[in-house]
Design a protein around this ligand. Sequence first.
Ligand SMILES: Cc1ncc(COP(=O)(O)O)c(C=O)c1O
Length: 369
Amino acid sequence: MVAPTEVRISLFQSARWLQPLYAEVQSRLAEVIERGTFILGPEVDAFEREFARYLEISHVVGVANGTDAITIALRAVGVRPGDEVVVPSFTFYASVEAVLAAGARPVFCDVDLETRNVTVDTVRAALTPETAAIVAVDLFGSPAPDLRELGPPVIEDAAQAAGASLGGRRAGALGDVATFSFYPSKNLPCFGDGGAVATADDAVAERVRTLRFHGSRDKETFMEVGYNSRLDELQAAVLRLLLPRLGGWSEARRRVASLYEDAGLGEHVSLPMTVSGAQPAWHLYVVAHPRADALISALREARVGARGYYRRPAHRQPALAPYVSGGRSLPATEELARTNLALPMGPMLERSEVEAVVAAVGEAAKRTR
Ligand SMILES: Cc1ncc(COP(=O)(O)O)c(C=O)c1O
């Protein structure tokens, strides 16, 4: 086994799993440049069809990024200025910022300590007669539970979960409408910014198409104030090349999580649990420990990448202070924000590296006692 002091294992392994494809990407990009169509052309059309087929859903609409995708999806399901939208605080800030960009008011809900995801009960506790939608984040690549029994439309924020599934349905087909980010570190990345909205609802898809292009279908008549938010042809070409690899990469991420378990990681830290029936596509492998920050420092000394996520959850962000109601406490969010740490994860992580990380975590946990 590699001694912890010799390891050099980064948190994200993007260069490692994407680099072998660079030559192919370059030649696809050259073809698109040669064609000379850069906005809403054949690459975006084809990617939308191919990703819809992968998700087994009728519509995918490419947009500029995962934040716009949420804002546009919220408006497309009928959220109006002043409406309330229930959203977890333990998520990337953009899940909440997008609610405000749609003119709505975020109402924060808690998550489950073990799955780190919202539950039917944490969301129900935040519902009011003004609730117009729920944002269910598939956090760290692990699908949130089905919330549709609660009534309001569910926007599945699947930014971190491309390649995951729940009960045989793909992440991206679990809510009334779903949103993706293709930011370069994501499970299905592009080489810049990109995003998409997925839905089975024809009317919602049509509204998303209109909203992404300034509220117009024909570039002549502007029916409502929308956005300039399009996936571009170069990014769509990259995504078409990478999409066929997503299934294999997601399997590999699950295999790495099993290797962590087999190597005894759970003896040192709390491992992430999943919702029943979920096949996660671990975007981040996030464990918990009461002295997470001390562990992170010790791991970095041992040259193992580690970092805490959302140490300041959304409801504690200065910009969101006006939207925090005094009454509701978010105990699991507060605890996870303090205790979580992400460990290296990627489709090409090898058994010996996983074992070296586990040895380093064990060593670090002993030292920080
Ligand atoms: C859960 C979540 N939602 C939304 C976003 C926003 O995506 P983007 O950076 O593409 O706007 C991200 C990504 O960074 C995310 O992790």
